[in-house]
Design a protein around this ligand. Structure first.
Ligand code: ADP
Ligand code: MG
Length: 487
């Protein structure tokens, strides 16, 4: 490595910084990375010291406390002459200040008793706040309410088709929606992608909104939940954030497999969770796997998540798929879909309900467009790709083998910890294809790639997606591999 003393325009130094950042992203996951690492900029190298800058003192303190050692180790690994990392505060130029990194609290932190003690929508909510001060508590609740507002009107209990694989989860969800005092807490819904977890959560929210409008229901994706949490930590606003959460009667957090990361954040989550349970609020959680299989979450929290009722949604059966198709077909205006076509679809598209719906919509759209009667052969025609993908289930192992051959590597290299680009890029391609061509979840794929975290897989998927747009060579590789695998 060439030392690049004092020269902040040395491209090699920037490449090294990119490598450090990319490892940090893998390790932290996208949400934490965006919060803590994205705001850092590379300034210069002086002697054995790299200088980074952050826009706020709070960020600097946090990064120094939590990530300084790791940053230094990574820097040394990409550039042997680096021994120290210094982080300076440098205010953003005015034109960038708009971009909305939450800054340090401009004034003194709110007094400890400045909390939401009434219903946040009533005036009592901010009675304790200093007059004239913008109420961060109210603001936080508004934000939370905004996040939770997006309920899909089609996802109700009435629209949910019940069958053997989901009857238990359905009954549990119904019970939660109908009883004001939690019978089990939390309700933990889990099952594969596209099997109805989000549907059931929205249905609970709709039901309560209609029957008990005074009960406050908050529905959030885990990613948004964590984002909110981390933001609150950063602006030292956790008091009000937690209090605001505590004013909630039913808290639903979707896809918690994406919650992982810093212990302190989990700690906060855990406390809030316990407080909510203690004060009798209902919690509903969903994930793509059972509590005990959640990785990146502390053992104590995992086991706590399993204390309530754990309801598993199983893969669909032929009967359930047919039932769902029949119900959906009734709602498609003007389309006559013969029973045998519905049976054909239920027989052949077995992956998940989302694909099943997509298939039905495509056939109907096509048939109405060209004004043809809907028959099995039309269905076969329109759905070629989907049918092939459902027939020919590619496995992660096949993908690894094929990608390794293609790039003249060994499968062991793809599974190894090696991070050099010659290995890392093909590994990312393989992860991307695994996500695209198999029904495996991100965590499952991660496990099959040398026990990596799901956030690493997510990062790989996004990277390759982006590269396919920017880099025709990669796009062609991916395309060739996909065709080979699906042939
Ligand atoms: P998940 O959150 O488990 O990935 P979703 O709840 O988003 O899955 O379901 C995917 C799609 O399938 C949604 O459009 C949903 O309405 C539909 N769906 C899933 N299960 C059923 C069901 N039992 N009855 C009707 N529609 C269903
Ligand atoms: Mg979902």
């Amino acid at each position: 490595m060439t030392p690049a003393d004092g020269n902040s325009h040395d491209p090699e130094l920037y490449r090294q910084w990119d490598r450090v950042r990319s490892v940090m992203r893998d390790e932290l996951g996208d949400a934490l990375f965006a919060t803590w690492m994205e705001p850092l900029s590379l300034d210069r190298l002086e002697g054995d010291r790299v200088f980074l800058t952050t826009p706020t003192r709070f960020l600097r303190d946090w990064v120094e406390r939590n990530y300084a050692d790791r940053l230094r180790a990574l820097w040394t690994s990409v550039n042997g002459s680096v021994r120290r990392v210094a982080i300076d505060v440098r205010l953003k130029p005015a034109h960038e200040a708009e971009r909305g990194l939450p800054d340090e609290p401009a004034s003194a932190p709110l007094p400890r008793d400045a909390r939401v003690n009434g219903r946040p929508d009533g005036s009592g909510a901010h009675g304790h706040l200093p007059a004239g001060e913008p109420s961060s508590a109210r603001h936080a609740f508004d934000e939370l309410r905004e996040l939770s507002a997006a309920l899909d009107p089609r996802l109700t209990f009435d629209d949910f088709v019940i069958g053997k694989p989901n009857e238990f989860a359905f009954a549990a969800a119904k019970r939660v929606a109908e009883t004001p005092v939690p019978a089990f807490n939390p309700l933990f819904l889990y099952g594969g992608v596209g099997l109805g977890k989000t549907h059931l959560m929205h249905a609970i929210a709709w039901h309560i909104r209609q029957q008990h409008p005074e009960r406050r229901v908050v529905y959030l994706s885990a990613e948004k939940f964590m984002y909110q949490f981390i933001k609150a930590l950063r602006t030292k606003d956790t008091m009000t954030f937690k209090d605001m959460l505590r004013a909630v009667d039913v808290l639903m957090v979707d896809d918690v497999q994406f919650i992982s990361g810093k212990d302190s954040t989990q700690e906060e989550f855990f406390h809030t969770f316990n407080t909510l349970v203690d004060r009798g609020s209902q919690i509903v959680i969903s994930a793509d796997r059972s509590p005990s299989d959640l990785s990146g979450i502390e053992e104590r929290i995992r086991s706590r998540l399993g204390w309530g009722l754990v309801a598993d949604i199983h893969p669909t059966t032929f009967e359930l798929r047919l039932g769902i198709l029949q119900q959906k077909a009734l709602k498609l205006p003007g389309a006559e879909i013969p029973q045998e076509v519905l049976e054909f679809l239920a027989q052949r598209i077995t992956s998940n309900v989302r694909e099943l719906e997509g298939a039905l919509n495509r056939i109907v759209a096509q048939a109405t467009l060209v004004n043809r009667a809907i028959t099995i052969s039309v269905a076969q025609d329109v759905l070629q790709d989907l049918l092939r993908a459902n027939d020919r289930r590619v496995t992660v192992e096949e993908i690894q083998k094929r990608v390794a051959d293609f790039y003249q590597l060994r499968v062991a290299d793809l599974l190894s910890a090696r991070r050099s680009r010659a290995v890392a890029r093909p590994r990312q391609v393989a992860m991307f294809l695994a996500k695209q061509l198999t029904p495996r979840s991100l965590p499952e794929i991660g496990r099959q790639f040398g026990n990596r975290d799901h956030t690493t897989v997510m990062h790989a998927v996004r990277t390759i997606e982006r590269l396919c747009d920017e880099d025709t060579a990669i796009a062609e590789d991916v395309d060739t591999l996909r065709r080979q695998l699906q042939a």
